[in-house]
Design a protein around this ligand. Structure first.
Ligand code: A3P
Length: 303
């Protein structure tokens, strides 16, 4: 049932996460009691981890990885909603009412798991077991826009006071999971020391077949051209948007209000141009230059 903006505001009061800081990074307060257990998570050598800053195309990659994992079996990939098929590492330990409470990991290996954690906060055993990690990165401006609309539609995050205020919060890293700049830079550095495949949302959008073939190579898996075609179709924006197991409508409407903004919103690099004013763009670019000085990491901001 569609929710009105008013009832959504009421739900927000009840469901909004209280926040705490871990190493200066905003995280749900609910992690406090379980942080030690997150840190002590026991990885297995054949676990694959998908890592991203929020709104970088995580659920898109979840769908791609689940399809790869299940050899392109569309029926199997509709067995449950995304986060039950490929669970969030952090969610294993907390009880997010209505949002997958009682989440548990598949016991059968190989497992695929997701996390938004920064590289230096990743549980040690994931490094020790030399697990394969796929990091998906998205340009800052589109990430910001997507995060802004996500804050509007979900009741567990505060409603942005204004678009301008939200931009300031993004630039200063005062959002859940902290600074986009530090997240992408930390993982970019980590990729030279660990088994990490660093992937860009914009490349995936531009040439999904090529990027999926790179992922397959990284995972040491071979699939037929027909199966790759099936994966491309099943994970395209339009097909995912209509798939209730991938479009996040399985979450109760008091958690994700798709009438305010759908989870699969635009799915297009360059949408930031519809949001940024000239003055805001100049300010953002200047700040970006400072924050990203000294890194070789570069992004495409449109196709
Ligand atoms: P927009 O809000 O710009 O549309 P995450 O899963 O990390 O929260 O990221 C959500 C973003 O990924 C949303 O961006 C969503 O539309 C986009 N996305 C999800 N599936 C996609 C797909 N198949 N193709 C392109 N973008 C996709």
């Amino acid at each position: 049932m569609a929710q009105t903006e008013n009832t959504h505001q009421l739900d927000r009061k009840m469901l909004q996460f209280s926040m705490m800081e871990v190493d200066g990074i905003l995280m749900p307060q609910a992690f406090e009691g379980v942080w030690e257990r997150i840190c002590n998570f026991q990885a297995r050598p054949d676990d694959t981890f998908l890592v991203s800053y929020p709104k970088s195309g995580t659920m898109w990659m979840v769908e791609i990885l689940d399809m790869i994992h299940n050899d392109g079996d569309v029926v199997k990939c509709r067995r449950a909603t995304s986060i039950l098929r490929v669970p969030f590492l952090e969610s294993k330990f907390i009880n997010m009412e209505g949002a997958g409470s009682g989440l548990d990991f598949a016991t059968t290996s190989p497992r695929v798991l997701v996390t938004h954690l920064r590289a230096h906060l990743l549980p040690r055993s994931i490094w020790e077991q030399n697990c394969k990690i796929i990091y998906v990165a998205r340009n800052a401006k589109d990430c910001l826009v997507s995060y802004y609309h996500f804050h509007r539609m979900t009741s567990f995050l505060p409603t942005p006071a204004s678009w301008e205020d939200f931009c300031e919060d993004f630039m200063s890293g005062k959002l859940l999971y902290g600074s986009w700049y530090d997240h992408v830079k930390g993982w970019w550095e980590a990729k030279d020391k660990h088994r990490i495949f660093f992937l860009f949302y914009e490349d995936l959008k531009k040439n999904p077949r090529q990027e999926i073939c790179k992922i397959l190579k990284f995972l040491g898996k071979t699939l037929s051209e027909d199966t790759i075609d099936k994966i491309l179709h099943h994970t395209s924006f339009d097909v995912m948007k209509e798939n209730p197991m991938a479009n996040q409508t399985a979450f109760p409407p008091n958690i994700f209000n798709h009438t305010i903004s759908p989870f699969l919103r635009k799915g297009m690099p360059g949408d930031w141009k519809n949001h940024f004013t000239v003055a805001m763009n100049e300010k953002f670019d200047e700040h970006y230059k400072k924050k990203m000085a000294g890194t070789t990491l570069t992004f495409h901001t449109e196709l």
